[in-house]
Design a protein around this ligand. Sequence first.
Ligand code: CU
Length: 136
Amino acid sequence: MPIARPRRNAVRTAASALGALSLLVALSACTDSATDTAPTSTVTPPSATTAAAEARITIRGFVFLPQDLTVRPGEQITVHNNNSVSHTVTATDGAAFDTGDIAPGQSATFTAPDTPGSYAFICSLHPRMKGTLTVV
Ligand SMILES: [Cu+2]
């Protein structure tokens, strides 16, 4: 008879261990389902930043980058002069747009024409620098 007690205790310990184990399984099942849903909720729309990108021309080494830029009518275009001398972005066709002198390391902004078309531009200080602004 004295042997029955430790055996009953052993059974009780095993039962409580099983209970703890099933609790762990339930908990891990919970966290599994949580990690399953997490990646889908953090996905961001892919084209949102592309559409909002600003029109920009960078001047580097006496070259407009890009040389051919397409924008919407009336869009703001930022010109950054990354060279060590002043430059301009000046339409060759009348007074469509002209940034005036942009000092080294500085930026200027101009507004694209409202009329769709192709507008050639140069640097008025260095007319061999050429580019084209296309308004669509
Ligand atoms: Cu220039």
